[in-house]
Design a protein around this ligand. Structure first.
Ligand SMILES: [Zn+2]
Ligand SMILES: [Zn+2]
Length: 381
């Protein structure tokens, strides 16, 4: 490891910040206290800031001369999980927990903020973006909708996620897709209700629902090329209320993930074809709603991430051939607008998984992450 020596001097402070953030997780875009805490630290470092999106914070720091703008993004929201850890920095709010390590991501970015407040030997500007609402609350879209790319001329953006299961401090940079898209769908199948003893007088909706569910699985088995990956999961089926009534309608809900935007289009089209076919076969009405929540996160300029990663962690400690994850990340929206990449840093091979009630962010990553950000500034500005 070739950690930045100034960042190493901040370790006790960064650890204290991270552990403080861990005690008061906030959900979605309701990160009022978290944003206030971040702003107070930026004030301490003499860095001006403004609010953006919903309870997100942005700060722009200019270097010694004009040049490109490089943005760094950390997510700051927690999750609705009851923490099972009993260490002293555990969550003080029952039912809320920093179980994805966003406390660590935010503290890392504060480490970079402190560093550039006294090290402005770069040509250009650094943007620090502390983002609320990553966990499915549209935080990135709110920031983009609030004019992020109109107000700031962003040339590159970088961010990272801690990654349980990877060795502490190991860095992964995917050469293309890094995290999957996530789409959600609703299908309402409507027939005609009636007495269970007289199905011939009804149009019963359950047989068509069964065919739709089976058909959806055949998309993965028969239509997704074997070198690509996709998941279609049926996660809810709602219908009926009694033993002796055939109901009017049944609702199916589910989730689609892929690492290839072309496959994403194919899955949506195939679901529609299956539903239309079943509708004709059984004479039922169908209503299909398909919502694209997050696009595929595609790293735009991964080579820069690899070079900076190797400068910090050493050549043997940066991997580029690791499988992309089927989890999604709203950082994907930024990669549709600018260059840059999203990296993973190992949280330890023994670390509990993300979103687990015994998870905790590995404080050693504060140094790796902040050193990596500094290395990216050295590389680009
Ligand atoms: Zn998460
Ligand atoms: Zn996360």
């Amino acid at each position: 490891m070739n950690l930045n020596p100034t960042i190493v001097e901040y370790f006790d402070d960064l650890k204290a910040i991270r552990r403080k953030l861990h005690t008061f997780p906030e959900i979605g875009t309701q990160t009022v206290e978290t944003a206030a805490f971040i702003k107070s630290r930026l004030d301490e470092y003499g860095i001006g800031h403004e609010d953006i999106g919903e309870n997100s914070v942005i700060a722009r720091v200019e270097g010694r001369a004009s040049g490109k703008t490089v943005a760094f993004r950390a997510d700051i929201d927690g999750l609705e999980i009851s923490e099972k850890n009993d260490f002293s920095h555990r969550s003080e709010t029952c039912g809320k927990m920093h179980a994805c390590g966003h406390d660590g991501h935010a503290a890392t970015l504060l480490g970079l903020a402190r560093y550039i407040s006294t090290h402005r030997e770069f040509d250009g500007a650094v943007l620090l973006l502390f983002q609320s609402g990553e966990e499915g609350y549209g935080g990135a879209l709110k920031i983009i909708g609030d004019g992020l790319f109109d107000k700031y001329d962003i040339d590159y953006m970088f961010g990272y996620h801690n990654w349980p299961g990877m060795a502490t401090g190991q860095i992964a940079v995917h050469p293309g897709p890094c995290m999957a898209s996530e789409d959600r769908f609703d299908i309402i199948v409507t027939g005609r209700s009636g007495h269970a003893s007289m199905p011939h007088g009804c149009i019963e909706p359950f047989a068509p629902v069964a065919d739709i569910i089976k058909g959806a699985q055949s998309i993965i088995a028969r239509k997704v090329p074997s070198h690509d990956r996709a998941v279609v999961s049926i996660t809810q089926v709602h219908g009926g209320s009694a033993y002796n009534i055939i109901p009017d309608s049944v609702t199916i809900r589910g989730n689609v993930r892929t690492c290839n935007p072309g496959v994403q289009d194919m899955v949506e089209d195939s679901l529609r074809e299956i539903i239309d076919g079943v509708s004709k076969m059984y004479g039922v009405e169908t209503e299909f709603t398909y919502n694209r929540l997050h696009p595929v996160l595609v790293n735009q300029t991964p080579g820069i991430g690899v070079r900076a990663g190797e400068a910090v962690a050493g050549k043997g400690n940066v991997v580029t051939d690791i499988l992309s994850a089927m989890g999604s990340e709203d950082y994907a929206f930024y990669m549709e607008k600018t260059k840059g990449c999203f990296m993973w840093i190992g949280n330890g091979e023994e670390s509990p998984l993300l979103h687990n009630s015994r998870y905790d962010f590995n404080d050693e990553l504060l140094l790796v992450g902040a050193s990596l950000f500094v290395a990216l500034i050295d590389e680009l500005l």
